[in-house]
Write a protein that binds this ligand. Sequence first.
Ligand code: IPM
Ligand code: MN
Length: 357
Amino acid sequence: MTKSKQRHYKIAVIPGDGTGPEVVAEALKALDASSKKNGYQLNLTHFDFGGERYLKTGKVLTDKEVSDLKRFDAILLGAVGHPEVKPGILEKGLLLKIRFDLEQYINLRPVKLYPGVWTPLKDKGPNEIDFVVVRENNEGLYVGEGKFINKGKKDEVALQVSRNTRKGVERCIRYAFELTRRRNKRKKLTLCGKTNVLTYAHDLWWRVFNEVAKEYKDIKTDYAHVDATCMWMVKNPEWFDVIVTDNMFGDIITDLGAMIQGGMGIAAGGNLNPEGVSMFEPIGGSAPKYTGLNVINPLAAICAGGMMMDHLGETKVAAEIENAVMDVTKNKLKSLSAGKMGYGTREVGDLVAERIR
Ligand code: IPM
Ligand code: MN
């Protein structure tokens, strides 16, 4: 990529709502330390999209605004969700709109237990908890297709369609195979579905998975129903290397994943369009009750920044950020939970930045 040779990246920053701005500030602190040390440049443009702007102007995110995001190399997002805005408006109008309109068809969510981090899984440590979930990010139940029949009546029916296209399923599965090969760990890709019940949607997933697998003889393949996947994630997380799954199941199992890796304070993800503009975010929400108190954990946002640099081709920079975070979890933080870290939000950001320098 010529962009990475120039090492000059245009980044759209969307701090968003609640604790979003606080954690994004710490991610930018870490990135600033990293760019000075490693000699690359980040050209940041801040956007005020989110609940506050919506309450003031009635605007969530226009087509033009999404389209303008296409001129950036990547997007860093804090959080969306505002206690005074009806649920669904910002989620659909902002977060899902960006994911869909920019065709960020992969949601990449590493589940990795860092050293020194408490996990609720007894007898499991960093060696056992280290896998990646590849969540399809543009289709399935998230397409918003459906209808009410006899709305409000006694015999009401509500339909919600899961849309799975050959193209969408195949590009997601291909990405997962490529990632499993690149990761080069256990070289095992697990398809997570529900073929015994979703006999249309996951029949397609199953067929495409087996078809694409023929091109990846070096990768072991496995299948688990989503309920069994939850069970194994708790009982034998070491069985997983890469999991590929649909949008809804991916949403659910990555919250479970976040818990076994130490909580929402550390879980980061990327919404990837491998051919376009990708967006990186801490996967926890806006946490209104912790807003402005300097207690929220910024590590997930810092890790999202690291994932962003990796995506931009800055592998060494990304590893350095991750190592700094691991050093802080191992040697400094008492807990990863908001208010229990033994440090404030800004101080945790300082600890990471110091280690990067
Ligand atoms: C996530 C979130 C979103 C999702 C919500 C906020 C729409 O839970 O990023 O996992 O369901 O994808
Ligand atoms: Mn979720």
